[in-house]
Design a protein around this ligand. Structure first.
Ligand code: ADP
Length: 430
């Protein structure tokens, strides 16, 4: 399949996946709304039924209390709901806390109302609590009678407070709880699938980008080699020594470039597979920076740019792999130059903070827009602005930098503003 067809195919697949995911999301959302609606309805219904039973039970308690007072003339006042979990019963007669306790227990049990509650006796006609199960020590005293307490009235009302009403109601909504949990599990599976698909999708895009970049990068040297070797091969044309050397040089250089491309891909993949061993030794990072930046002198001179070094760290010797750290510095300077227009200005600074060496490499280049900032350390990721092929690369440089710094137990950060430039900071233990 030609490259652009492949990219188109990936693009179409990505679009379709998006529609399918959106449709699934809408369906699930609708399912959730319906479930929530019916759940709420059932909860309200259950609550009403529960309160009806509670009402009957409390009236029965009140009735028996009145009877125990030989009072058959009083009518039982309607049970008052003080709050969602507090119910007041006007009895206006005398009884003990234990009497109330056993009556409540009996009536609730008879109606299978198995919830937790506190109960309190109030001085009749007031809101003053006289006795209650939650009043400390009260139930430890045998045969507590209100008469035996000082300043207590002769007549009482009582109220109960439900302490786990919601949990009790939810418990009785067993089937609803089950279906809601199932729905939650479905949602979790759905989220998992989405993450899985999106990851696959990202990989497909990365692969397509990589193939695109790779082909582009390979094409130029291959066609240069083809032209040069064809010129040498052509028996009809007599080449003088000078021309022959030029063509040979072209072939050699282009071959070298191809080699480097393949090496960079192989190097990263073997680093990722942990195949490459690091050889740590005490190295002076300042020396690495100076040497590496010197390698860019020809390019910088050619572009009328400059690399400014402020190597101010007092301790710059770290245990590191010289080759890999040089490559890290190289990649960061290369990017700073690659993504700077006109005359590049790169500043490299070092300093010691918290027992670490900070190396920061800043440029005044094109910067990275906010949306792309999360991805630049991923393999094959290149910012898709304008013609991505105008700057060379596979999107592997920063992945390599990150891997190497991680293997050194160091860390990496960056800040960038589109149109103003970027700064990459590397932290190594010294
Ligand atoms: P490559 O340089 O091969 O494209 P990298 O992994 O080194 O790949 O960088 C990934 C992307 O991050 C680049 O394509 C570029 O868009 C962005 N980037 C990296 N360094 C800079 C920088 N100093 N300024 C602006 N953009 C940068």
């Amino acid at each position: 399949m030609p490259i652009h067809d492949f990219a188109n195919f990936v693009g179409m697949a990505v679009k379709n996946i998006r529609y399918i995911l959106l449709l699934m999301l809408i369906t699930l959302a609708a399912l959730f709304v319906t479930q929530a609606y019916w759940f709420k309805k059932s909860f309200q219904l259950e609550e009403r039924q529960f309160e009806d039973s509670l009402n009957v039970a409390l009236r029965s308690v009140a009735d028996q209390l009145l009877k125990s007072n030989n009072d058959t003339t009083q009518r039982i006042a309607p049970i008052q709901k003080l709050s969602s979990n507090e119910f007041f019963v006007q009895t206006d007669c005398y009884y003990t806390l234990h009497e109330l306790d056993s009556l409540l227990k009996y009536e609730f049990k008879a109606r299978s109302l198995d919830f937790d509650y506190d109960y309190m006796m109030l001085e009749a006609g007031t809101t003053e609590i006289v006795l209650g199960n939650s009043v400390p020590g009260i139930l430890d005293i045998n045969n507590v009678a209100c008469r035996s307490r000082d300043g207590v009235a002769d007549y009482y009302d009582f109220k109960i407070r439900l302490t786990n009403k919601k949990a009790f109601l939810l418990n009785s909504l067993g089937i609803w709880m089950f279906s809601s949990s199932t729905l939650l599990i479905i949602l979790a599976v759905f989220v998992f699938i989405i993450v899985f698909i999106l990851r696959g999708r990202k990989l497909a895009i990365q692969k397509a980008n990589f193939v695109n970049n790779m082909t582009h990068e390979l094409k130029t040297p291959i066609s240069n080699i083809a032209v040069a070797s064809d010129a040498i091969r052509n028996k009809n044309r007599k080449l003088d020594q000078n021309k022959l050397e030029t063509y040979a040089e072209i072939i050699y250089n282009e071959n070298d470039r191809l080699n480097k491309l393949v090496d960079s891909v192989l190097e990263l993949s073997s680093l990722e597979k942990n195949e490459q061993s690091f050889s740590f030794e005490e190295v002076d990072i300042h020396k690495i920076i100076s040497e590496t930046s010197r390698r860019f002198k020809p390019i910088i001179d050619q572009r009328n740019g400059e690399v400014i070094l402020h190597l101010d760290a007092e301790t710059s010797v770290a245990s590191a792999d010289k080759l890999h750290v040089s490559n890290v510095v190289y990649n960061l300077i290369e990017n700073a130059l690659k993504f700077s227009k006109d005359e590049p200005e790169v500043v490299i600074e070092t300093r010691n903070i918290d027992g670490k060496l900070e190396i920061s490499i800043s440029d005044k280049g094109v910067g990275i827009n906010v949306e792309d900032q999360d991805y630049i350390f991923e393999n094959f990721y290149r910012v898709q602005s304008g013609n991505v092929h105008s700057t060379k690369g596979f999107g592997l440089g920063l992945s390599y930098v990150k891997l190497v710094i991680e293997k050194h137990g160091g860390s990496l950060s960056f800040s960038s503003k589109e149109g103003f430039g970027s700064t990459f900071n590397v932290y190594l233990a010294v």
